[in-house]
Write a protein that binds this ligand. Structure first.
Ligand code: MRU
Length: 365
C-alpha cells in the first residue's frame, strides 16, 4: 500500500505531518480553513496537488457543521475563505484553479432557483470531496502516459543510453512528487511507479533537493517503502550522474506550467534540465491539467516564493552556515520550455510548443 498523506471523512481531515518525516509518522488534525492555511504555509503538507486538495477540504470541514441563512451567505463564505487559502503559498497554481472552479460552482448554485441552501451545501461538499478520487485517477493516467513515452523513446535506441538489454530504464527525479505530494500514486513518481509495475524500472535516482530535502526525506522514504531499486544523490552530483550512469530520462513534477510550456518546479530543476540537455538525456515534466496555467503566456509571469534564510543556514536546530552571511532562498525556479522534451498530462504527452492549443481543444470538448 502506498503512503497516505491526506485522510478525509466528511467532517474530519487529517494530514501526515511532512515536517516530521521520515523520523516520525504523525497525523495532524485540520479543523478548518485557518488550520488549512497554516499547514500549507508551514509546509506540513506540500506538493502542488496536495496543497489544493487540503486547502479545499479544509473549507469542506469548516462549512460541514455550519448552518447558513441563505445561499448568498454561503457563497460569500466560500469566496472569502478560498481567496484566503490561495494566499498560503504563491507559486503552485493548483489551489487557485481549484478555487476558481469551486467559486464558479457556488455562483451557479446560488443562481439556480431549484437548489435549496442545504442542497447547495451538499453539492459543494460533493465537489470538494471528488477532488481526492480525481487526483488519483489523473495520476494513474499520467503514470501510464509517461512510462509509455519514455519506453517508446528508449525502444528507438535499444542498447543505447539508458536502456538495458530488456529495455528497462534508469531515471532521475527531483523533489517529491509521489503519494505525499498528491492524493495518491504521484505525478513524476507515478511515471516511475508505472515503469516499475511494467517491470521496466531498472533504477531510480532521486536528488536530495536542498534546502528542504524533499528528495532525501520524502522521495527516498517513498522509494524505500515501495521497495523500488533506488539511490539518493546530492543536487551537486547530477552532471556526474548523467555522465556515468546511463540515465534514460529525467522526470520531474511541476508547480505551474505556463501556456508556452515554461515550468516552475522545485529549485534546482532548471539546472538539472540544462545538464540533461548537455548530455542528450530527455527531460520530462509530469503535471495534471490542474497545474497548467494557460492564463499566463510564459514563466516570466510566475511568482516565485522566497522562504526564510533559516532553511538554508540550519539543519534542524544545528547551524551549518557562517553567522552573518546573507542568503537568497527561492523555493522554485523556472525551466524554459526549450529544455523540456515533453509535458506528461493525464490527457497525453505534449511538446511544450503544442501544449496551449492541445489543452485548449481538450477543455472545449
Ligand atoms: O515546496 P514544495 O515541496 O511544495 O514543492 C513541491 C514541488 O516542487 C513538486 O515537485 C511539485 O509540486 C509537484 S508535486 C506532484
Amino acid at each position: 500500500m502506498s503512503l497516505q498523506s491526506i485522510k478525509y471523512n466528511r467532517g474530519s481531515l487529517e494530514i501526515l505531518d511532512q515536517l516530521l518525516l521520515p523520523v516520525q509518522s504523525k497525523y495532524v488534525a485540520v479543523r478548518g480553513v485557518e488550520d488549512g492555511w497554516k499547514v500549507i504555509n508551514k509546509m506540513q503538507v506540500r506538493g502542488a496537488p496536495a496543497i489544493a486538495i487540503v486547502g479545499c477540504l479544509s473549507l469542506a470541514v469548516e462549512i460541514y457543521p455550519e448552518e447558513f441563512e441563505s445561499k448568498k451567505s454561503l457563497r460569500q463564505e466560500i469566496e472569502g475563505k478560498l481567496n484566503y487559502l490561495v494566499s498560503a503559498r504563491p507559486t503552485a497554481v493548483n489551489m487557485k484553479i481549484a478555487a476558481d472552479e469551486l467559486l464558479s460552482l457556488a455562483n451557479d448554485l446560488t443562481k439556480a432557483e431549484d437548489v435549496s441552501v442545504p442542497d447547495m451545501k451538499q453539492r459543494f461538499l460533493n465537489a470538494t470531496e471528488a477532488m481526492l478520487q480525481k487526483d488519483i485517477a489523473d495520476n494513474r493516467a499520467i503514470g501510464a502516459n509517461g512510462a509509455q513515452a519514455i519506453l517508446k523513446l528508449v525502444a528507438k535506441s535499444l542498447g543505447a543510453a539508458g536502456a538495458s538489454g530488456n529495455g528497462s530504464v534508469r531515471v532521475l527525479t527531483h523533489c517529491n512528487t509521489g503519494s505525499l505530494a498528491t492524493a495518491g500514486y504521484g505525478t513524476a513518481l507515478g511515471v516511475i511507479r508505472n515503469l516499475h509495475e511494467l517491470g521496466k524500472l531498472e533504477h531510480v535516482y532521486c536528488t536530495e533537493t536542498r534546502p528542504y530535502n524533499q528528495g532525501a526525506r520524502l522521495t527516498a522514504y517513498e522509494l524505500v517503502h515501495e521497495k523500488f531499486p533506488a539511490t539518493l544523490v546530492l543536487d551537486s552530483m547530477v552532471a556526474a550522474l548523467l555522465r556515468a550512469k546511463n540515465v534514460a530520462a529525467v522526470v520531474v513534477g511541476a508547480d505551474r506550467v505556463a501556456a508556452n510550456g515554461d515550468t516552475a518546479n522545485k529549485i534546482g530543476t532548471y539546472q538539472i534540465a540544462v545538464v540533461a540537455k548537455h548530455h542528450g538525456v530527455p527531460f520530462y515534466v509530469a503535471a495534471p491539467l490542474t497545474s497548467i496555467d494557460l492564463q499566463i503566456p510564459s514563466g516570466d509571469h510566475i511568482i516565485i516564493e522566497e522562504r526564510p534564510d533559516r532553511e538554508m543556514t540550519h539543519v534542524g536546530e544545528h547551524r551549518i552556515a557562517a553567522p552573518g552571511i546573507n542568503c537568497w532562498n527561492p523555493a522554485f525556479d523556472v525551466t524554459p520550455a526549450s529544455l523540456i522534451t515533453g509535458i506528461i498530462t493525464e490527457r497525453g504527452v505534449f511538446e511544450p510548443q503544442e501544449l496551449k492549443e492541445a489543452i485548449t481543444k481538450l477543455l472545449e470538448l
